[in-house]
Design a protein around this ligand. Structure first.
Ligand code: GAL
Length: 667
C-alpha cells in the first residue's frame, strides 16, 4: 500500500523544494500531492500563467521516485476572478456574500466560474496529462459549499430550473410539496425561492428537494471537471476526488458521481472531536476507528476500491480541543487503512505550516522543516513494516469471511429526509446507522454499501441490512422479497417504509407497505422523554431504550423474538422474524440504548443462518486483506487476539495494547 504526503511548494522557499521532496522519498513515502489550492500561484493574473514552480516540483518528484497526485485548484478562486465576477461567490441564507479571503467560496456549478475553471484545468491537463510522474488527479478538495448551501442569484435560478425539469408543471410541484398546507401554493416557478434550511418550520418537502438539488449541483460540478480532464489526460492517470466526512456535509453523496470518477477517495481526521469514539479513558487519544471504517467502506463501495487522501499525522488545529494522539495511534490508523484494503494512504501534510489558517496543524516534519515529528516517525515505522511484510500464504478470501459479507442499503435521501424531520429530538440517523454498522464490525463482517439499483445478490451478500429505510416504493419491497426468497437474510428496523419517495406518509396504516414482508403490523411507535427508560425483554435478557420503539402485532406464522416488558403496551411484540422462501426477514422495532438489543439480534440472525462470526469488543477491528488479518485496538484495554492453530503473527503481538496492532496470517 503506497503511502504519500501532501506538499505545497507555494508555501516554501524554492531552495527548500528539492531538499523536502528528497527527504519525503528517503523517509519511505512513495507519492506526493500538489496544487489543490494553488490557482493564484498558477494564474496570478487572468490569462498569465506561471507553471514553472510546479514543473520544477513535479520533476523533483520524478527524480526522487515519487508519484504525484495532481489537483485541480477549484476550491480557491483567485482575487482577480472574484473581483471581476462576484456573482460566482456563494451567498449565505442571511444574504451575506462569502468574499475573497477564505476557500470553497465559489459555486463550482456556476457556468461563469466554469469558463475560468475550464481554462486552468485544460492548461494543467495539457502540461501534466501525459507526464509519467503524474499518477492521477484529485478534483477540487473535499467538495462541498462553504456554509453548506448557496443562496446566490445563480443558485436561485438554477434551483428553479432543476425543479422545472423534475416537475414540468407547477401543479405537480405544489402536490409534491404539499403546498396546500399553510397556503404555500405557487402560481409559477418564478415565485419559488430557496427554502431557508435553518428555519424549523420550513416546508420539509421543499427543503428535501433543495438538498437533492444541492447534491446534484455538487455532483455536476465534479462531472464538469472530470469530463474536461478525460478529454486530455492519458488513460493511465486516474481521476478521483477526496470526499470529506459525509456526516457534516449532508448533501455530499459519493454515489452521485459513480460513473464520472475512477473511484471515490476519502479523508479522515480521527481526533477531530466531532466523531463518535469509544467510551474508554484513552478514546480521545485513539480516535474514531468506527468512523474511519465506515467512511472507508462507504467510499470503497462506490467503485470497488478506495484510498485515504488525508489522514492526520498528529494534532490538528480545528478540533474543539486538539489532544496528542496516544503514541502508536498514528501507526495504528495506517494499519487500519491497510486492513480495510485501501489502495493508498496519504497524510495531510508533509510540513507543518508556519502561517495561515492551520498554523497549529502538525506535519510529518516539525516547523523547522528538517526534524521528523513523532507522528512522522510513526509513518516511517508503518511504511517500513508494510514494505517488509512477507508474501501471504493464501491471498484468496476465506469462505468463513465471505460467508458474513453484509450489504448495507444506502440512500442519502433517507438520511436527508430523517434529519430534516427527526420526530423526536433524541433521534440521530447517524447513530442509528452506526448501531448496525458497529454490530456488523464486531462480528468481523466486511460491509458493502449498496444502492437500490444495485443487484442484491444473495451469493455475494448473504446478509442485507436496511436500517430506518424511511422512504421507499413497492418496487424495493418486491426486490427485498425476492432477495429473501432466494435465501438472503434481510434485517429492517424502525421507520422503514413510513413514507413514499416524495416524503409523504402513505395513505395506508403505519408502514403498511412492508407488513406482508415483515409478517407483522406496526400498530404505533413510542418515544420517551430524556432520562426515561423503557425495557424490552429478549431471551431472558432486558434491554433498555429511550429513543424509539414500535408496538407490533405479528402474523400467525411470525416468530416474536422480543417483547415490551413495561409501559401500557407491556407484553406486545417489538422484534419479529419470519421465514420467507429460503430466507428470513427480521424487523427490529427499536433503537435501544447502546445498540445492545440490535447487536444481540444480529448475532443471532448471523449464527442461525450458519455464518461464522467473531465476537470482538466494540472498537476492536479485525480486517482481512490479501491474506493478512489485521487487528487494531481503539479501546483503552489490551485485547487478546483469538488465534487459530497454525496462525503466524507477523507484526505486533497477540496481546494488542490500546493503540496497538497485530497482523497475522491464518491457515
Ligand atoms: C481537511 C481539508 C484540508 C485541511 C485539513 C486540515 O478537511 O481538506 O485542506 O484543511 O482538513 O486538517
Amino acid at each position: 500500500m503506497p503511502v504519500g504526503a501532501y506538499y505545497y511548494p507555494e508555501h516554501w522557499k524554492p531552495e527548500q523544494w528539492e531538499r523536502d521532496i528528497r527527504r519525503m522519498a528517503e523517509l519511505g513515502f512513495s507519492f506526493t500531492h500538489y496544487a489543490e489550492f494553488a490557482w493564484a500561484a498558477l494564474e496570478p493574473e487572468e490569462g498569465k500563467y506561471n507553471f514553472g514552480w510546479l514543473d520544477t516540483c513535479v520533476n523533483f518528484a520524478a527524480r526522487y521516485g515519487l508519484k504525484v497526485i495532481m489537483c485541480t485548484p477549484s476550491p480557491c478562486p483567485p482575487a482577480w476572478l472574484s473581483q471581476k465576477h462576484p456573482d460566482i461567490l456563494i451567498v449565505r441564507d442571511d444574504g451575506i456574500k462569502v468574499h475573497h479571503g477564505m476557500r470553497l467560496n465559489a459555486n463550482g456549478a456556476n457556468p461563469v466560474y466554469q469558463q475560468y475553471l475550464e481554462k486552468i484545468i485544460l492548461k494543467m491537463a495539457e502540461r501534466y496529462g501525459n507526464h509519467p510522474a503524474v499518477w492521477g488527479w484529485q478534483l477540487d478538495n473535499e467538495p462541498h459549499l462553504e456554509g453548506l448551501y448557496d443562496y446566490s442569484a445563480f443558485a436561485q435560478a438554477d434551483f428553479r430550473q432543476w425543479l422545472r425539469r423534475r416537475y414540468s408543471s407547477i401543479d405537480s410541484l405544489n402536490k409534491s410539496w404539499g403546498a396546500a398546507f399553510w397556503s404555500l401554493t405557487y402560481n409559477n416557478f418564478d415565485q419559488i425561492r430557496i427554502p431557508n434550511a435553518r428555519e424549523s418550520f420550513t416546508n420539509p418537502h421543499a427543503l428535501l428537494d433543495f438538498q437533492r438539488y444541492t447534491a446534484d449541483a455538487l455532483a455536476a460540478a465534479l462531472r464538469f471537471q472530470a469530463q474536461l480532464l478525460r478529454r486530455m489526460v492519458s488513460s493511465r492517470q486516474w481521476i478521483t476526488t477526496n470526499y470529506a466526512y459525509y456526516k457534516f456535509l449532508p448533501c455530499v453523496d459519493m454515489f452521485r458521481n459513480r460513473p464520472d470518477l475512477d473511484f471515490a477517495s476519502h479523508t479522515m481526521y480521527l481526533l477531530s472531536t466531532y466523531l463518535n469514539t469509544h467510551s474508554g479513558p484513552l478514546a480521545y487519544r485513539l480516535g474514531s476507528g468506527m468512523e474511519l471504517s465506515f467512511s472507508s467502506e462507504l467510499a470503497r463501495s462506490v467503485n470497488g476500491f478506495t484510498g485515504i487522501m488525508e489522514l492526520q499525522p498528529g494534532q490538528i488545529n480545528w478540533g474543539k480541543w486538539n489532544a496528542q494522539p496516544l503514541p502508536g495511534a498514528v501507526r495504528m490508523w495506517i494499519w487500519h487503512s491497510f486492513g480495510l484494503g485501501d489502495k493508498f494512504t496519504c497524510t495531510y501534510r508533509f510540513r507543518q505550516p508556519l502561517f495561515g489558517g492551520e498554523q497549529f496543524h502538525k506535519g510529518i516534519m516539525e516547523p523547522d522543516g528538517v526534524t521528523v515529528s513523532p507522528g512522522g516517525l510513526e509513518y516511517v515505522q508503518a511504511i517500513r513494516e508494510i514494505n517488509a511484510l512477507p508474501a501471504p500464504v493464501n491471498p484468496t478470501l476465506p469462505s468463513r469471511i465471505a460467508g458474513r459479507h453484509t450489504a448495507f442499503l444506502w440512500n442519502q435521501e433517507n438520511l436527508l429526509g430523517m434529519e430534516g424531520s427527526r420526530h423526536t429530538n433524541s433521534w440521530d440517523s447517524w447513530q442509528h446507522y452506526y448501531t448496525y454498522y458497529s454490530a456488523l464490525k464486531r462480528m468481523g463482517s466486511p460491509v458493502t454499501f449498496l444502492q437500490e439499483t444495485d443487484s442484491f445478490d444473495v451469493k455475494q451478500y448473504p446478509f442485507l441490512v436496511a436500517p430506518a429505510y424511511e422512504m421507499l416504493d413497492n418496487r424495493l419491497v418486491e426486490k427485498w422479497r425476492r432477495y429473501v426468497q432466494q435465501g438472503g437474510t434481510l434485517i429492517l428496523s424502525s421507520r422503514t417504509g413510513m413514507k413514499n419517495k416524495q416524503g409523504h406518509l402513505w395513505e395506508t396504516l403505519l408502514q403498511q407497505p412492508i407488513w406482508s414482508l415483515i409478517g407483522a403490523k406496526v400498530d404505533y411507535y413510542d418515544h420517551l422523554p430524556p432520562g426515561t427508560k423503557g425495557t424490552i425483554r429478549m431471551g431472558g435478557t432486558d434491554y433498555s431504550w429511550n429513543v424509539w420503539a414500535d408496538k407490533l402485532t405479528p402474523d400467525a406464522q411470525t416468530e416474536v423474538m422480543a417483547t415490551h416488558a413495561d409501559q401500557f403496551y407491556k407484553g406486545s411484540a417489538v422484534v419479529v422474524r419470519r421465514k420467507l422462501g429460503k430466507g428470513q426477514v427480521y424487523y427490529i422495532g427499536a433503537h435501544s440504548d447502546g445498540g445492545e438489543l440490535e447487536t444481540s439480534v444480529l448475532r443471532q440472525a448471523f449464527t442461525e443462518a450458519g455464518a461464522t462470526i467473531l465476537n470482538l469488543p466494540d472498537y476492536v477491528f479485525q480486517e482481512w486483506r490479501d491474506g493478512y488479518e489485521v487487528v487494531v485496538n481503539y479501546t483503552s484495554e489490551p485485547y487478546t487476539v483469538n488465534l487459530t492453530e497454525g496462525s503466524r503473527v507477523l507484526i505486533g503481538s497477540r496481546v494488542v495494547p490500546p493503540g496497538g496492532v497485530c497482523v497475522f496470517t491464518a491457515p
